[in-house]
Ligand binder design. Structure first.
Ligand SMILES: [Zn+2]
Length: 211
């Protein structure tokens, strides 16, 4: 979110798109809800179809985008690479957080049901769990319960961790220390993007594409 404001490019979050589908109550949304409540991942085909559709929209085509929450599997990474022109993905950012800390962070997370803004038990909205930005209700997501979090971390180890090597092999990866306040972490990410941009030519390139 912070990055997409900094670079004025769309923040394409698979999590947000899936939650919007759930909220709409469509057939897809109902199916998505069942899977997410169990803390499981959706099939690669559904995710990639949704991502492909979003990235084909004019804003993403014109200015680039920050892709968040995808790819989560090697198959998704392959599908994404096939979707984009060669070299179109500028940088993949791996934000590293120790497992214990990741668990604590997910368990204390609270989100706005309307705009998706993130809060936590230690950084709540100013007034009574009402979103500072839009006035919506701020709650704990159903998939942020302890059981679902443990299952998600297991899935991460099994399905997502192998992506680190996959992107390293393609010289697209940068690792960022994810410990600390959100502002500090996003500054580190921006610095990494700027370092990578230093290798791009001139100001003609408006933004990075991040994962
Ligand atoms: Zn809100």
């Amino acid at each position: 979110m912070r990055l997409s404001h900094h670079y004025v490019v769309p923040h394409v979050s698979t999590g947000d798109m899936l939650r919007a589908a759930v909220k709409s109550g469509s057939d897809l949304g109902t199916k998505v809800k069942e899977v997410m409540d169990r803390g499981e991942l959706l099939g690669d085909d559904i995710i990639m179809e949704m991502v492909a559709e979003r990235l084909a929209e004019p804003d993403a085509r014109a200015r680039g985008f920050i892709l968040d929450g995808c790819p989560r599997t090697i198959r998704q990474a392959e599908a994404l690479a096939a979707l984009m022109a060669p070299g179109a993905i500028d940088l993949v950012v791996d934000i590293e957080v120790p497992t214990v800390q990741a668990m604590r962070r997910l368990a204390s997370r609270r989100v706005c049901t309307d705009c998706g803004a993130n809060y936590s038990v230690t950084t709540p909205p100013k007034v009574n769990w009402t979103c500072d930005i839009c006035g919506g209700e701020v709650i704990q997501r159903e998939d942020d319960t302890e059981d679902a979090i443990i299952r998600r971390l297991e899935l991460y180890e099994r399905q997502t961790a192998p992506l680190i090597e996959w992107y390293e092999d393609r010289n697209q990866l940068t690792k960022i220390n994810g410990v600390g306040a959100a502002e500090a972490v996003s500054r580190r990410v921006i610095r990494a993007v700027e370092e990578r941009r230093g290798r791009w030519q001139g100001p003609g390139r408006p933004s990075g594409r991040l994962l």
